[in-house]
Design a protein around this ligand. Structure first.
Ligand code: ARG
Length: 495
């Protein structure tokens, strides 16, 4: 067993594996990123075996000491996961055998690589979702801070990419914050979905040893224990949930990024990109390209493809474990990486945007954006809405003919087409006033925006304390008591 690369299942085989098949079926090059998570789960399993007296004190201690040593070296970067093993699970067993000898062979009692691989992946997914959630929190924080400065900055709101009605920049930014809040819920629910432990399910049929799966669950700080051993090894819903949550997040980020690209054009001009977030052209010296924002938009595509690929992978698979499952990791890792890196880039981009409030103000002119206000004013004077809409349209035409804004029409010109208008109507047609009057719940009026800010702020604070409240799994404290592990070990990116 100590031979590098010797498989875990040699007994009934005469011939060595064909090199092409070994290479083809191996997953070490991508599943080694779960080494730390697998080691933690091994520790929980070994401790449970000791508590249940399935392993003796001595056997279990040797295993726990060996695993802790490997974990510590992985954490501090003195040990790298390299070798000819078929996967990270085999690598751990071989490395442990090199250090403690035959006792290493007892670790796999009451366990299969099927439940082992799943627990490692579940722990890994939870950690990465936490990283992504803290990225989303960071992005929301920047957008909220910017919104706070712009409750009285007005610009057109668009439908069909045509100027529609005036809104405040704060209201506009809070729309993105609201989308991200939905991502937070989705990511947290994917996090919860990954929190069921499969340990004790074995290959598919549990075990004849007196295992205590609830104990492994508790040691790992997970929320729930599997209820059906076959489902435990066949279930990949948590993979789908995580990939989907990442994809929707990326779709939201891409829509925001597209706005950055659009607003940075000369044609729009609502923002100026800081030099730190824009790139030049190799040929056209004048260019300043929003390449990072374009890439955010572009990178969303792969996360969508990953969800589709994962669904296709799982469709029609028979119970229980199938090697096809090995293919779930690369697309999932890609989605987690993409969401994580994108959130960090999005934060940098959001911080590097200079909003050009003068250009936004200018965009409110010439488009008759308050024609709806005029119609609503007429309705308040008793005119049926359909008639008011018609009369307001005539006023728009009059203003266009005279080359003035709606609020610059004379009362005489206005009365000629809208006979019911009351005094003071012209002020109501000014953009700032129009925004202030839209004080229906969730609307752009500063008083409503203040409410949205408060709600978004408390949602974000709840997320921030959820993230801070994530403590190391109880296994660390249990092992610290034995002097095996330091519970201050940082949870960094594994080797
Ligand atoms: N490399 C496998 C995976 O990624 C680990 C589980 C293997 N189990 C087995 N019976 N071959 O899913």
């Amino acid at each position: 067993m100590a031979d590098t690369g010797a498989p875990l299942w040699g007994g009934r085989f005469d011939a060595a594996l064909h090199p092409a098949i070994h290479e083809f079926t191996g997953s070490l090059h991508f599943d080694r990123r779960m080494v730390r998570h697998d080691l933690i789960a091994c520790l929980a399993h070994a401790r449970m075996l000791r508590e249940r007296r399935i392993l003796s004190e001595n056997e279990a201690s040797a295993i726990l000491v060996g695993l802790s040593e490997i974990l510590r070296e992985i954490e501090n970067g003195t040990l790298a996961v390299v070798g000819d093993e078929e996967d990270v699970h085999s690598w751990i067993e071989r490395t442990l055998a090199e250090r403690i000898g035959d006792d290493a062979k007892r670790l796999h009692t009451g366990r299969s690589r099927n439940d082992q691989a799943i627990i490692a992946l579940r722990l890994y997914v939870r950690e990465r979702l936490e990283d992504i959630l803290s990225g989303v929190a960071g992005l929301q924080r920047v957008l909220l801070e910017t919104a706070a400065e712009h409750r009285e900055t007005f610009l057109p709101g668009y439908t069909h990419l045509q100027r529609g009605q005036p809104v405040s920049l704060a209201h506009h930014l809070l729309a993105h914050v609201a989308a991200l809040s939905q991502d937070v819920e989705r990511l947290q629910s994917a996090h919860a979905a990954a929190g069921t432990s499969p340990l004790g399910a074995g290959a598919l049929a549990g075990s004849s040893f007196p295992l205590d799966p609830e104990r492994s669950t508790a040691l790992l700080g997970l929320d729930a224990t599997f209820t059906n051993s076959m489902h435990a090894v066949a279930d990949r819903d948590y993979v789908l949930d995580a990939a989907y949550a990442c994809a929707v997040l990326m779709v939201h980020v891409s829509r925001w990024a597209d706005e950055v690209v659009l607003w940075a054009t000369k044609e729009f001009g609502f923002i100026r990109l800081d030099d730190s977030i824009s790139q030049g052209s190799s040929l056209m010296p004048q260019k300043k390209n929003p390449e990072a924002a374009e890439l955010l938009r572009g990178k969303s595509a792969r996360t969508i493809g990953n969800v589709t690929g994962l669904l296709a992978l799982l469709k029609g698979l028979p119970l229980t474990y199938n090697s096809d499952f090995q293919e779930d990791k690369e697309p999932l890792f890609d989605s987690l990486d993409t969401a994580d890196w994108s959130a960090a880039a999005a934060i940098a981009i959001a911080r590097g945007l200079h909003y050009r409030t003068d250009v936004m103000a200018a965009a409110l002119e010439g488009g008759m954006l308050t024609a709806t206000e005029l119609a609503d004013h007429l309705v308040r004077q008793g005119v049926p809405f359909r008639t008011a809409h018609e009369q307001s349209g005539l006023a728009v035409r009059a203003a266009e003919d005279e080359g003035v804004e709606l609020w610059e029409l004379s009362m005489d010109s206005l009365r000629a087409v809208c006979p019911s208008v009351a005094e003071g109507v012209l002020d109501e047609l000014r953009p700032a006033q129009a925004v202030a009057s839209h004080d229906s719940p969730g609307g752009p009026a500063p008083v409503r925006v203040a409410e949205q800010q408060a709600a978004a702020e408390s949602h974000l604070t709840a997320l921030e304390s959820w993230l801070e409240g994530r403590s190391p799994a109880p296994i660390y404290a249990a092992h610290a008591e034995d002097g095996l592990l330091d519970d201050t070990i940082p949870a960094g990116e594994p080797g």
